[in-house]
Design a protein around this ligand. Structure first.
Ligand code: HEM
Length: 421
């Protein structure tokens, strides 16, 4: 690793850190197998830049975040957030989260752009591998029909955010899917000012199996989505508690659309070869989406989880969200009831908000069912990497009511207690 030793023997300026050389080493063997000597040098790098981070601006922060994800296994703190490099992607991960965007439109646009870039990058890798122009993650390459299918599903997953960004026309949906995927990649490249450096740095597979690339990008895209949904739900709670509770309907509608339109992302993941998944997951022990902060925020913003769930591995895996709930984090369920009780939400407005809640609940329940199905297919009877028994856990939590507890059937729930007509 002479690039790194040379860098360390100089001024160790974060702006000239040899990212390509370090990435190359990680990609050559997979994060789980990186040589100790390199990790020791990165550890030394971390000590060198530690003091500079506060004063060093964006470049120092980028390097510090990169070291955070490269040294997770070395430090013995490898988990879901470091596996997905959420901090590098400026997605919520529980500590030092980026401040929210100044306004809702900017925040929504930023998330749409990131989502599109992640999906486009996944497809670009498929195309490059199929064209033999990359030797990254060379094991168990999929055949041409799978690549075509991935391109079709990936483009479909990207269409809703592209439409919101006013960019559907640039991708087109009538031509061959591989052409559309290439066009999507070109569009995505234009969305990013830093030449997609953060995206490149956020791809650190644990092994060298082709499909891990897809797995990581799909998880990151869902994280981006959940973060957006959590923002909307938080705003819905605030609206319900305020003077114009009807505004909550828009937020809930937007959140439901985000989740409802993301189905093709699961279809895309379903093309993963189960054998590949079982190969690389041997090295992902300890990293599970049960640690997803954004997902648990979504769940707990809808309704306060019951005590046994709050005390289970589900919330013990996200201590900061558990603390928020225990501190009385307001929920949509409760804010809706209060608004109705106080007479601030009635008539057509109340019906509209209740309907949006039902639609959102339907989208989340659907997400859970699809997730359970895909996990069953990929995992079989094996236990989860988040220390649950695996799919039996998912089956048990799949139908946990999104809003009001204690429904005995699947009829739409009126969030303040009974059933809607
Ligand atoms: C091959 C595909 C997948 C398999 C086999 C799988 C498997 C599992 C398993 C077994 C669990 C239980 C916790 C554990 O022990 O790890 C879990 C939890 C979870 N997974 Fe997945 N998963 C897959 C894909 C995804 C994707 C793409 C997402 C999107 C972010 C996701 C999000 C979640 C979430 C949020 C939980 C926590 C659910 C809860 O605590 O209620 N999973 N998954």
């Amino acid at each position: 690793m002479h690039e790194l030793t040379t860098w360390l023997s100089g001024t160790a300026d974060p702006r000239t850190f040899p990212y390509p050389a370090v990435l190359h080493e990680f990609h050559r063997v997979g994060k789980h197998f990186v040589e100790k000597e390199l990790l020791a040098l990165l550890d030394e790098t971390r000590a060198r830049v530690a003091g500079a981070t506060a004063a060093g601006g964006d470049e120092a922060r980028l390097l510090s975040d990169f070291l955070d994800v490269t040294l997770d296994k070395w430090d013995g703190r490898y988990d879901y957030r470091s596996y997905l490099a959420l901090r590098l992607l400026r997605l919520p991960c529980g500590a030092d989260d980026p401040p929210p965007a100044e306004d809702d439109a900017t925040s929504r646009r930023g998330r749409d752009q990131l989502f599109v870039r992640l999906v486009a990058d996944a497809l670009a890798f498929e195309l490059a591998a199929a064209a033999h122009t990359t030797d990254l993650l060379p094991q168990q390459r999929p055949g041409p029909p799978v690549v075509t299918k991935r391109c079709r599903l990936g483009v479909r997953a990207a269409l809703p955010p592209l439409a919101r960004l006013g960019l559907v026309g640039a991708v087109g949906d009538g031509g061959p899917t591989t052409t559309a995927a290439a066009a999507l990649h070109a569009v995505a490249a234009d969305l990013d000012a830093d030449g997609d450096q953060t995206l490149r740095l956020s791809m650190l597979p644990v092994h060298v199996t082709h499909d891990e690339y897809l797995f990581i990008r799909v998880l990151q895209a869902y994280e981006c989505l959940f973060a957006g949904v959590a923002d909307e739900l938080r705003a819905a709670v605030a609206a319900l508690a305020g003077a114009a509770p009807r505004a909550a309907a828009d937020r809930l509608g937007y959140a439901g659309d985000l989740l409802g339109a993301a189905g093709p992302l699961f279809s895309l993941l379903a093309t993963m070869q189960a054998e590949s998944f079982r190969t690389f997951r041997q090295y992902t022990e300890g990293a599970s989406a049960i640690q997803s902060r954004s997902y648990k925020l979504v769940e707990s913003l809808c309704r306060t989880p019951e005590g046994d769930r709050l005390d289970s591995v589900a919330y013990r895996s996200v201590p900061e969200v558990r603390s928020l709930v225990r501190a009385g984090q307001p929920t949509i369920d409760e804010a809706y009831r209060s608004a109705v009780r106080a007479g601030r939400l009635d008539g057509a407005d109340r019906t509209l908000v209740a309907r949006r809640m039902e639609t959102f609940a339907g989208a989340l329940l659907q997400w859970r069912r699809t997730h359970h199905r895909i996990a069953t297919r990929m995992l079989g009877p094996r236990s989860g990497t988040g220390y649950t028994e695996g799919t039996p856990y998912l089956a048990a939590v799949r139908d946990v009511p999104v809003f009001t507890a204690g429904t005995a059937d699947s009829r739409p729930v009126d969030p303040i207690g009974g059933h809607t007509a």
